[in-house]
Design a protein around this ligand. Sequence first.
Ligand code: BG6
Ligand code: MG
Length: 224
Amino acid sequence: MEKNNLKAVVFDLDGVLTDSAKYHYQAWKMLADKLGIPFDEEYNEKLKGVSRMESLELILQNGNAQDKYTQEKKVAIATEKNEFYKQLLHQITPEDVLPGIHDFLEQLKAVCINTAVASVSHNAPFILERLELDKYFDYICDAAQVPRAKPFPDIFLSAAQNLGVDPANCIGVEDAQAGIQAINAAGMMSAGVGTESQMQEAKLILPSTAKLELGMLKEYFQLA
Ligand code: BG6
Ligand code: MG
């Protein structure tokens, strides 16, 4: 392993490449209202980076309803949420790529730094297609093939392995606490997009994706 040499950047999708978190919220809100469970944007923060079924468990917990439904019914509820979410995703266009992402991807491409997407969303390929971003990535993780979701490091390790790069030579970019924990556990350098309180465990905190810039990241990577 060459130390302090940046070879790959691994991106989360929801909240990093586009603001699909708002559609997850709308879809879960519709379901929570239907089930009579309190659910607001503040509680929604806990669901960022968390898998679909775990998200449902957290929502049910908020209404003390985790023992109210059979596993079969829970799967049906999560499926209904996903169907509604998929309808909302049709609104996404290339205009919805978050600020700075195109320029950053171009910078990485120009110097042959590898890129991957490490999203636990089963809808990631569709969203990347809607955003017309799929062509930029050397590898897109398949959520169905990853045994443990974030905060376990599995998906970031899978990205590094498939890119043929040591995790120590990678930066992971995330907007969720569970995601930052996964990056740190994978042995990558973590860049968190969000506020200081949300991104406490990130090695580097950026207020917005507009601040993603190769020169600064390389410098920071060498110092870390
Ligand atoms: C993550 C989101 O990227 O994907 C979570 O941050 C979401 O909110 C998870 O639950 C799973 O997504 P999906 O599209 O497979 O339900
Ligand atoms: Mg995210």
